[in-house]
Design a protein around this ligand. Structure first.
Ligand SMILES: [Zn+2]
Length: 199
């Protein structure tokens, strides 16, 4: 698992990012750092323990990459191709996804809470035990995915497709569901309300 090292700028409460002693805000050679990161990501297929908090990924082709125990807290993903990627034990909380392709991806024991997501395609993915709590999603497609034991609690989902999904133990508790398609999914096995102990 990643090491969270404080940014070395005194008073900064953020964490140092990959290959640096400072956070993304305090990188003085941002363009150089950014292009080194891009090269690094393109040069390998498997990564573990990376800290890429608050990094913006724009128009990258990261298809088929595997990430284990990595931190992408507050990251921004835009127009990025992540098809076939695998994320295990990764933290992607409080970030945003826009116009990304995430088809046939594998997500296991990850936290993706507090994200905003617009126009993202997750079709045919295995998304197991993943925390999407507080998600604000619009025009996204999770169809044909296995969402076993994943949680979409306390969020707002608008125009989202969950067609032909496995929703066993998937939670949508206290979530506003606007124009959602659950066609051909085992909707009855999802948990839509908190179970209350009977008196
Ligand atoms: Zn800093």
């Amino acid at each position: 698992m990643f090491d969270l090292t404080p940014c070395e700028v005194s008073g900064c409460r953020r964490h140092a990012v990959w290959n640096s002693a400072v956070c993304t805000n305090h990188l003085t050679n941002f363009d150089q750092w950014s292009s080194a990161l891009k090269q690094y990501l393109l040069s390998k297929n498997e990564f573990s323990s990376l800290v890429l908090n608050r990094v913006t990924f724009t128009q990258l082709d990261l298809r088929g990459k595997r990430f284990k125990g990595c931190a992408f807290l507050g990251a921004t993903w835009q127009e990025t191709q992540l098809d076939g990627c695998e994320f295990r034990n990764c933290f992607l909380d409080f970030g945003s996804f826009r116009d990304c392709s995430l088809q046939e991806t594998t997500w296991i024991f990850c936290s993706v809470s507090g994200n905003t997501m617009k126009n993202c395609h997750w079709k045919g993915s295995d998304i197991l035990h993943v925390n999407f709590n507080g998600l604000e999603a619009e025009s996204c497609d999770f169809s044909e995915s296995d969402l076993y034991f994943s949680r979409f609690n306390a969020g707002t989902l608008t125009d989202v497709q969950f067609r032909d999904c496995n929703l066993k133990k998937t939670q949508f508790i206290d979530t506003e569901l606007i124009n959602i398609n659950f066609q051909y999914s085992n909707y009855e096995e999802a948990e839509m309300h908190e179970e209350k102990d009977e008196l």
